[in-house]
Design a binder for this molecule. Structure first.
Ligand code: A3D
Length: 314
């Protein structure tokens, strides 16, 4: 069975561990900086095994040696948003944490694929690629699957239809400039524009953009984690089971969609190698324009990152 390490054993990390064990997808290593936290959660999760009928191995640790041999390393370490904070407000603190974590992953799991969850997502994926020097196909971020799930949920809820009957995709940055593709969205095969008015579609797009903040506003002390962890699981499964599934993911663009040198949400074929191909689908001119705007904003942030983040700090 493949080995998967989860760095950061907070809400997203621990939920992901439970989902992974329940599917018997991988042997799991949990690592956190807080002494005892990963070990305690690992023990608790292991003791759910006899009840939930899983046998997969799980280990909690503070030592990076234990992640050696991982096929996949998921990084959820760092701070989450509190009410009133944007994802960008996390930039300074989380980029330091991510740079340090990435350095350790490079040292102990140099062959792994790294899947980043920490916000601000696209920028953190860029820090990881720069700091590790890993090929871009082995570094990606989770956001589009979650944003798409939220968009689909809102559409299904509005129309009173089954969620599985709603097809949609959200590309672009994981933030206010995300790009829900209303043009290609369908409900039971019919274009979304035939099922809802333009004003209603706009309102659902806006709610999707603010969906994370809506949950932070309710939870107050933490941000969303069930749907985020489920979204990571889908991506992990696509890679560890070599499914070649096309999912929206934060990936490093090299000319696709006219974008270059930026991590941004695009459809990608995920398999054993990681990001095996970035898929170019037809977009409406307005969607392509929005994607470029989204990329411009991200590139400006990436260009301003202190260069010492990409160098060894140990
Ligand atoms: P939380 O429950 O606070 O867990 C974070 C964990 O990281 C804590 O257990 C910390 O002790 C640990 N940690 C901090 N620094 C280090 C370090 N240097 N090494 C190892 N572990 C460390 O947060 P969460 O699980 O709710 O969220 C984790 C991150 O994911 C945050 O940055 C969130 O903003 C982000 N997030 C992103 C999405 C996306 O869709 C991209 C969704 C949900 C959460």
């Amino acid at each position: 069975m493949a080995k998967m390490a989860i760095i950061g054993t907070g809400n997203v990390g621990a939920t992901l561990a439970l989902l992974t064990l329940q599917r018997e997808l991988a042997e799991v290593v949990l690592l956190d900086i807080v002494p005892g936290l990963a070990q305690g959660k690992a023990l608790d999760l292991a003791q759910a095994g006899p009840v939930l009928r899983y046998d997969s191995r799980i280990k909690g640790t503070e030592k990076y040696e234990d992640i050696a041999g991982s096929a996949l390393v998921v990084i959820t370490a760092g701070l989450a948003r509190k009410p009133g904070m944007s994802r960008a407000d996390l930039l300074d603190k989380n980029s330091r944490i991510i740079s340090q974590v990435a350095g350790r992953v490079k040292e102990f799991a140099p062959e792994a694929i790294i899947l980043v969850v920490t916000n601000p997502l696209d920028v953190m994926a860029y820090v990881v690629m720069k700091r590790t020097g890993f090929p871009s196909k082995r570094v990606l971020g989770m956001a589009g699957v979650l944003d798409t799930a939220r968009f689909r949920f809102f559409i299904a809820q509005e129309l009173g239809v089954a969620q599985k009957d709603v097809e949609a995709m959200v590309l672009g940055s994981h933030g206010d400039r995300m790009v829900p593709l209303a043009g290609g969205s369908t409900v039971k095969g019919r274009p979304l524009s035939k099922a809802l008015s333009q004003a209603k579609i706009e309102a659902l797009i806006q709610r999707t953009r603010e969906a994370g903040a809506e949950i932070v506003g309710l939870l107050k002390e933490s941000s969303a984690f069930y749907a985020p962890a489920a979204s990571v699981l889908l991506m992990a499964e696509a890679m560890l089971k070599d499914k070649k599934q096309v999912l929206p993911a934060s990936v490093f663009a090299r000319g696709e969609y006219g974008l270059e040198d930026v991590f941004i949400g695009l459809p990608a074929r995920l398999g054993r190698e990681g990001v095996e191909e970035i898929i170019e689908i037809d977009l409406l001119p307005s969607e392509l324009k929005a994607l470029h705007k989204s990329a411009q904003e991200l590139k400006a942030i990436m260009a301003r990152l202190p260069k010492d983040l990409f160098e060894a700090q140990e």
